[in-house]
Design a protein around this ligand. Structure first.
Ligand code: FES
Length: 316
């Protein structure tokens, strides 16, 4: 959990891509190059008084002089997207982190990208990178309507007939049909980004077809909600020193560790970004994030939302 570089970047372009989506291009006011990014990476944008929000980079991978992100206005959100749409102006300077990659493009012969709405953003970079590598790909893009769909022209340019657009009036996306057609070729990877309902449908269809979870990759931008979850207190032990800390039922492990002087990274604090990920040595963890895979959960947890039954020994 090393510290992440935060830069003061200047907004140099703001473009309306669809009725409720703007794209934003940032550059450093003095330096010609920004830190490298990988296709599928995201940055943290620090919104005044509202905290940090994560957005996928939707420009090309590799060295770049600018970062481009896209933001959909969420009327019922926490206010960050409304601030970006209404208050952030070209010329303004705001803190933006160096990119982090939780959603990399795997090595595969073929990539299948499934997006819902603004979930298309990481695939702008990933599809372009797959094409650059000479690997097969297809993009399945579910939208509320054609006029509300951002980046269709841009995607069409490099996807051609590999772009499949689904609007309710023209036929819905059918995950079961897609997986049945893909069969179980071991050199295909499937990626999903979008609303929880779409990703659940993809996960269910994949399971029904016996698709291994190791070849499915998701980027979720909504926290897991389990209304029946009742948090219990638990104890933490710091593996390297034996220090013991108590996490009350209304606190998170992250809050308790920070209060006790641990300089830990955190960003979303709702279990979707992975920046507070920490390894553990022993314990029965109640994983409540939407970012770690089944394999990663065997030795890691997200400190902001995950808890434990009884006690937990951290690799700190
Ligand atoms: S801070 Fe984002 S997952 Fe914990």
């Amino acid at each position: 959990m090393s510290a992440r570089l935060i830069m003061k970047l200047q907004l140099v372009e703001k473009t309306l891509e669809a009725p409720d989506v703007v794209s934003l291009v940032f550059k450093h006011p003095r330096r010609p190059e920004l830190p490298q990014s990988e296709a599928g990476a995201h940055v943290d944008v620090h919104i005044p008084d509202l905290g940090i929000r994560q957005y996928s980079l939707c420009g090309g991978a590799g060295g770049a002089s600018t970062y481009r992100i896209a933001v959909r206005r969420e009327e019922s959100g926490r206010g960050g997207s409304s601030w970006i749409h209404s208050s952030l102006k070209v010329g303004d300077i705001i803190p933006v982190s160096a990119p982090r990659s939780n959603f990399p493009l795997s090595k595969a012969k073929k990539h299948v990208f499934i997006a819902g709405g603004i979930g298309i953003t990481p695939f702008l970079a990933m599809a372009s990178e797959a094409g650059r590598r000479g690997e097969e790909f297809e993009v399945h893009y579910c939208v509320r309507s054609r006029p509300s769909a951002a980046f269709v022209d841009e995607l069409s340019q490099y996807c051609g007939n590999r772009l499949h657009l689904y609007a309710p009036s023209e036929g819905r996306f059918d995950a079961a049909r897609l997986f049945a057609a893909l069969n179980s070729r071991s050199d295909i990877r499937v990626y999903g980004c979008g609303p929880a309902k779409l990703l659940e449908a993809v996960e269910t269809a994949a399971e029904d077809q016996g698709w291994p979870s190791s070849r499915l990759h998701f980027e979720r931008f909504q926290a897991a909600v389990d209304e029946n979850f009742v948090p219990e207190s638990f104890d933490l032990t710091i593996g390297s020193t034996g220090q013991k800390l108590h996490v009350a039922k209304d606190r998170s492990a992250l809050q308790v560790l920070k209060e006790n002087g641990f300089n830990l990274q955190a960003s979303c604090e709702v279990g979707i970004c992975g920046s507070c990920r920490c390894n553990y040595v022993e314990g029965d963890v109640l994983h409540r994030d939407t970012i770690l895979s089944r394999e990663e959960r065997v030795k890691s947890l997200t400190l902001c939302v995950s808890r434990a039954r009884g006690s937990l020994v951290l690799d700190l």
